[in-house]
Design a protein around this ligand. Structure first.
Ligand code: FRU
Length: 480
């Protein structure tokens, strides 16, 4: 359905954007970014016949997004070095003409089965929430991850249950025993978030089985990108709720992403939580994560290192440089004490170069590290839990830990991003990944994470102050 003119225009604007992008010092060294234009959610994550496939929401022709997204595609055999592939899916059918929206991958019978949301907006006077929108669930079969064998609607919009707005999307498919299940994120007519569950024996015919989660749980008006997995003996439900009121050290962004630990009742097909809802990341730029199991059976999460609807609070100056947003590092998940831990994949250690290790007795007066890198890893390990600790990074970013709260503060290099905080009862370790215009912070071996984009025009020496003794390791991270 997309015309020759569309593709010619796309190629033309992409080459114009590529020109600007080449000159941009804020391009990231070891994170995934759109080749040109706009990136949002990670989609269809899987490893198939050794190859890691990373698909993503992609509007290659404009850094503003807003146009119907495609699925961009990048592949790797080591999780660190990726190759740009041709667009995998494009909004070229009646059932997805306004966007090949988010979805997941499921490997079965020597093929990858993708499920995504085909977004359609009907012309007219609509609000596109209560009327005017279709979100069809589409099944794609691929024998190789690069080409499409079969593509068809398996749940047309009109077959969704009563009581919901037009917002039902982001299919996540998994198997339990001999049955396939699909979760969908939804918004009810009363503006409540819910997760629906469907069942299938062949991945083609899907039967609605009810509300998997949300019947007795209020948390915002819409739940996007549901994900379920069993890990370390626990059932985990991940989703991205919208519309939560900010609290002092929680829900500080406009939209959240988080998880519940609990247990699935496979008879009633419902999830019962045993933990509180916890955010996956407490920084400014994190949303719509997706997980998958790789060939080593590791549960890996990739998030969108970005967030929609943040303007006017903050913005991204890369827009004028032809691109916007990126993906987080892939993170390996584990469950400890009913909490999800996220650690950067060990594969990234192979980028380490020029290690410097030093013991520092902290004092009130900042001590500076002589270290002049734009992409690096920094680890701070305390002998005993830290009471008071400050770290100055990049141009004017500071981390401060005091009275059990860790706060990240950006100055002008945050482009409107000011401050986020998280309660951390005991802090013994910080692992920080800086990548020219991003900062990803893992606390206590991944117990808490904070991820932000930040756009320094110059960098100051890394400065440490506080009380106690710490071991500091730094590595330059080579460009991949
Ligand atoms: C999350 C999201 C999804 C949707 C996609 C569209 O960021 O809104 O719910 O499928 O982005 O790009």
């Amino acid at each position: 359905m997309l015309t020759k003119e569309y593709w010619a225009q796309l190629a033309q604007t992409q080459s114009e954007l590529a020109e600007k992008i080449r000159a941009d010092a804020w391009r990231l060294n070891y994170h995934l970014m759109p080749e040109t234009g706009w990136m949002n959610d990670p989609n269809g994550l899987c490893q198939f016949k050794g190859v890691v496939h990373f698909y993503h929401q992609y509007v290659p022709q404009t850094p503003h997004g807003g146009e119907p997204p495609h699925w961009g595609h990048k592949t790797s055999t080591d999780f660190v070095t990726f190759q740009e592939e041709a667009l995998f899916l494009s909004p070229e059918h009646d059932y997805d003409k306004d966007g090949v929206y988010s979805g997941s991958a499921f490997i079965e019978n020597d093929a990858i089965h993708f499920f995504y949301t085909g977004n359609v907006k009907h012309p007219g006077d609509h609000d596109y929430t209560f009327s005017g929108r279709e979100q069809n669930t589409v099944h794609v079969i691929s024998k190789d991850g690069y080409t499409v064998e079969k593509q068809e609607v398996v749940i047309p919009h009109e077959d969704y249950p009563e009581g919901f707005t037009d917002h039902i999307r982001d299919p996540k498919v998994f198997a339990h025993e001999d049955t396939y299940y699909m979760l969908l994120g939804a918004r009810t007519l009363e503006n409540e978030g819910k997760i629906l569950i469907y069942e299938s024996t062949d991945l083609n015919e899907w039967t609605y089985r009810g509300i998997f989660f949300g019947e007795d749980y209020a948390l915002g008006y819409m739940w996007e990108c549901p994900d379920y997995f069993h890990l370390d003996g626990k059932d985990v439900l991940v989703f991205s709720p919208q519309g939560l009121a900010a609290k002092e050290h929680a829900y500080q962004n406009i939209h959240q992403s988080g998880y519940l630990i609990g247990e699935v009742d496979w008879e009633t097909l419902t999830f019962k939580e045993t933990s509180a809802f916890r955010e996956l990341d407490y920084g400014f730029d994190f949303y719509a994560p997706q997980t998958f199991e790789d060939e080593q059976k590791r549960r890996i999460l990739w998030g969108w290192m970005g967030l929609g609807d943040t303007s006017p609070e903050y913005s991204n100056p890369t827009i004028t440089r032809g691109w916007q947003h990126a993906a987080t590092l892939p993170r390996q998940l584990s469950v400890k004490n009913d909490q999800l831990y996220q650690e950067p994949l060990p594969e990234f250690q192979k980028l380490r170069d020029k290690q410097v290790s030093q013991k520092i007795v902290l004092s009130e007066k900042p001590q500076h590290l002589s270290f002049d890198e734009l992409a690096y890893e920094l680890q701070v390990t305390a002998e005993v839990p830290l009471q008071q600790f400050q770290l100055g990074l990049l141009q004017d970013t500071t981390l401060a830990y005091e009275a059990g709260v860790l706060t990240i503060h950006h100055g002008v290099s945050g482009y409107g991003r000011k401050q986020r905080s998280v309660k951390v009862d005991e802090l013994t370790q910080l692992q920080i990944f800086v990548d020219t215009s991003s900062i990803e912070i893992f606390l206590n071996g991944g117990q808490y994470c904070l991820t932000s984009r930040v756009y320094p025009k110059r960098t100051e020496a890394i400065a440490l102050s506080g009380t106690g003794t710490v071991t500091v390791n730094t590595w330059a991270l080579a460009k991949k």
